[in-house]
Design a protein around this ligand. Structure first.
Ligand code: URA
Length: 217
């Protein structure tokens, strides 16, 4: 799958597979209805998970085939964790689980203080032994980057060391913010869009992902 690393924000990668680009275009269209929108988010997430898990470590274990006993690779270590940033991150969980059905699912809730515009944590639930697990933070839109930085801060403060951030669309402002705060955290998106508008929406973007996913507009 073609992957493009950003020349400056080197933790950022665009996953440019033609199927992903096609599905993203459908997702952007304003006449894509709620059902199709959710199906597309799921399909895109499944295609992304294939790419973002390519470095998971393997270990050999003994297997008995119908013909003989042999040493073959299995995923090593504790089950990875899919961390959904509430609420739009929920839409990506099913797509991840398609390829990693035994991954654990964690949740983080952050709201933005309307006066300071700073994100505040209101919910955080992760599995036991999180320090030893690979976390995949899911949020379809990396916009200002405030929520992403806060989620990564919280995971690191809890002792988590292996973190990857996965989104569908990213804005340059958000990528810069996350790269500046956490250059060690790989960021993956289908597309780096042009910029944010004054209200913090990504342009050209796809609108409010949560509203389109849950039909709340
Ligand atoms: N969140 C969204 O859902 N859409 C944007 O464009 C930016 C943030």
């Amino acid at each position: 799958m073609p992957i493009k690393q950003h020349p400056v924000f080197t933790s950022f990668h665009e996953v440019q597979h033609p199927l992903l680009q096609h599905k993203l275009t459908l997702l952007r269209k304003c006449d894509t209805d709620k059902k199709e929108f959710n199906e597309l988010v799921g399909e895109i997430s499944t295609l992304l998970v294939y790419e973002v898990t390519k470095d998971l470590p393997l270990t050999n274990e003994s297997v008995q085939t119908p013909l003989e006993k042999c040493e073959m690779p299995f995923l090593a270590g504790k089950k990875p964790v899919i961390l959904a940033i509430l609420r739009a991150g929920l839409g990506m969980v099913g797509g991840f689980l398609n390829l990693m059905p035994s991954a654990r699912v964690a949740h983080i809730g952050l709201y933005r203080d309307e006066s300071t515009l700073e994100p505040h944590l209101y919910y955080f639930k992760v599995p036991s032994h999180s320090k030893d697990r690979q976390f995949y933070i899911c949020d379809p839109m990396l916009a200002t980057g405030g929520t992403a930085v806060c989620a990564i801060d919280k995971l690191k403060a809890s002792g988590v060391r292996k973190i990857t951030f996965v989104c569908i669309l990213a804005a340059p402002e958000g990528v810069e913010k996350v790269f500046s705060a956490h250059p060690d955290v790989p960021l993956f998106a289908v597309k780096l869009d042009r910029k944010l508008n004054k209200k913090g929406y990504i342009l050209p973007g796809l609108g409010d992902a949560g509203d389109r996913m849950f039909g709340t507009k």
